[in-house]
Design a protein around this ligand. Structure first.
Ligand code: GLU
Length: 471
């Protein structure tokens, strides 16, 4: 059997992390079995589907690298096929026209509710030979009246639904348009889907869909219904918990590797392993180790993984991403320090590319002099100022070629020794003068990365006005 999986989002908003996890699991399962991963856009709800939402899904999938082997297919382009099946089922008796008015159905529902019964259609038109009636109708699927549907779900185990509990589902509305559960079935059958991996909010739809698949004479796929993703407080994941849209993670400077690695562990495990390359995910992923319980989204862990990839990814590949984040901050990159050196200096010290860009800003922008003086006033006294002035003079003597970490270190150590001061006494002041912030970066690497000219220029202007701070 060739494995065929699909991701079938309804384009009514952005691609959220729950959808991305469903897509990832479907993708991995197909890859692992050298099968086919299909993208199907379920856009038949014309009122709620938008082209922007379709684009958001495509962008999210592209950013995550979850490339489909077939598709994207659009359900709105398959209406003829749905109409044909409806016609065929009306002929074969798998479906029937229902002429019940809205008033009748409302009254029926009310009566059932009052009698504390589950509201459902009473089969009034099921055996009516009413073709040719000149009244509006919907088309209903003739669900079996007896027996049960047994689902061997890869996550939930065996789940049984009695057919007597299932309604005769509407498959075409009065305007003839097909409904959601029906189009899913036609597509899963036509696309020969072997494994349906989706959120467990669809578990209740599954017995209806299986009955319709039988009516089509299609093979029943294996189902895996994934538990929901919750926020860290155990409630349904929502905006309150932070970003829920995949592309928001991109904006915040997360890497797709980190998000995928994070998502693969939400409801699936492979021993104690936490870090997975895409190749490992594809090799290890299976449906046997899916968890039944809802997974809580943990932003800290995602940040930890992101930092891991920032540290280990090829910096050359990361630089355009850092550049894009800096551009997003309106930083003028036409002059300033070398991006590669900045990346190497900061990669161990930040969790996201956005944070890196924020921390890197000062390499391109001269710190605000008022702020520098204000911060400096708390960090220097007369002795430190004298030493810093001497340091400035000593640094001038180092020419561009000699501007290396060891030379900077020798120079600073010599000055400190002469002035009987410890690095802790001047380090914060140096950082403030060159970076506008006591940012904790190692001094020599900081001055090296900033470069000779910017370092000296910034030290000079800060020291020129610093005299008044210690007077
Ligand atoms: N279109 C459905 C949704 O976005 C998914 C349908 C399915 O996976 O069967 O929730």
């Amino acid at each position: 059997m060739t494995v065929r999986t699909r991701f079938a989002p309804s384009p009514t908003g952005f691609l959220h992390v729950g959808g991305a996890r469903t897509a990832l699991f479907s993708y991995l399962f197909a890859k692992k079995h050298h099968g086919t991963f299909i993208l199907r856009i379920e856009d038949t709800d014309l009122e709620r589907s938008t082209p922007e939402a379709v684009q958001a899904i495509l962008d999210g999938m592209a950013w995550l690298g979850l490339t489909c082997d077939e598709g994207p297919f659009y359900q709105t382009q398959r209406f003829d096929r749905y109409y044909a099946v409806i016609e065929q089922w009306l002929k074969t008796g798998h479906a029937y026209r229902c002429y019940c008015s809205k008033e009748r159905l409302d009254a029926l529902r009310e009566a059932q509710m009052e009698a504390k019964e589950k509201p459902r259609y009473d089969h009034c038109c099921r055996d009516l030979d009413a073709i040719g009636q000149n009244r509006p109708f919907v088309v209903r699927f003739k669900n079996p009246l007896t027996g049960a549907v047994v689902i061997d779900d890869a996550v939930h185990g065996q789940v049984v639904f009695a057919n007597s509990e299932l309604d005769d589902l509407i498959i075409a509305r009065t305007d003839g348009t097909p409904t959601y559960n029906f189009t899913v079935v036609v597509d899963d059958a036509d696309m020969a889907i072997t494994h349906v991996i989706r959120g467990d909010d669809h578990l209740n739809n599954t017995p209806r869909q299986i009955n319709m698949l039988h009516a089509l004479g299609a093979k029943i796929p294996i189902y895996a219904h994934l538990p929901m993703i919750l926020g860290d407080d155990g409630k349904k994941l929502s905006k309150r918990h932070g970003a829920v849209s995949v592309m928001e993670y991109y904006d915040q400077g997360f890497l797709p590797e980190a998000l995928l690695n994070y998502l693969v562990r939400l409801g699936w495990s492979h021993g104690d392993q936490e870090i997975f390359s895409m190749t490992e995910m594809q090799a290890y992923f299976d449906l046997d180790h899916l968890s039944k319980s809802a997974a809580a989204f943990n932003t800290e862990k995602l940040a930890w993984l992101n930092q891991h990839y920032l540290k280990t990814n090829d910096p050359q590949v990361m630089l355009p991403l850092l550049r894009a984040q800096l551009v997003e901050l309106n930083v003028d990159l036409s002059h300033g320090a070398e991006l590669r050196a900045i990346y190497d200096l900061l990669k161990e010290r930040v969790k996201t590319l956005k944070e890196m860009a924020e921390k890197a800003r000062f390499f391109f922008e001269i710190p605000d002099s008022t702020l520098v003086q204000q911060l400096l006033s708390a960090k220097i006294d007369g002795a430190a100022l004298t030493a810093l002035k001497a340091l400035y003079q000593a640094l001038i003597a180092i020419d561009t070629e000699a501007w290396q970490e060891t030379a900077l270190q020798d120079c600073l150590e010599r000055v400190l020794l002469e002035h009987q001061l410890k690095l802790g006494k001047v380090g914060p002041a140096i950082r403030i003068m060159v970076a506008g912030d006591n940012n904790g970066l190692p001094i020599y690497a900081l001055l090296l990365t900033l470069g000779r000219s910017a370092t000296l220029g910034r030290l000079e202007s800060a020291l020129n006005t610093a005299g008044s701070l210690v007077a």
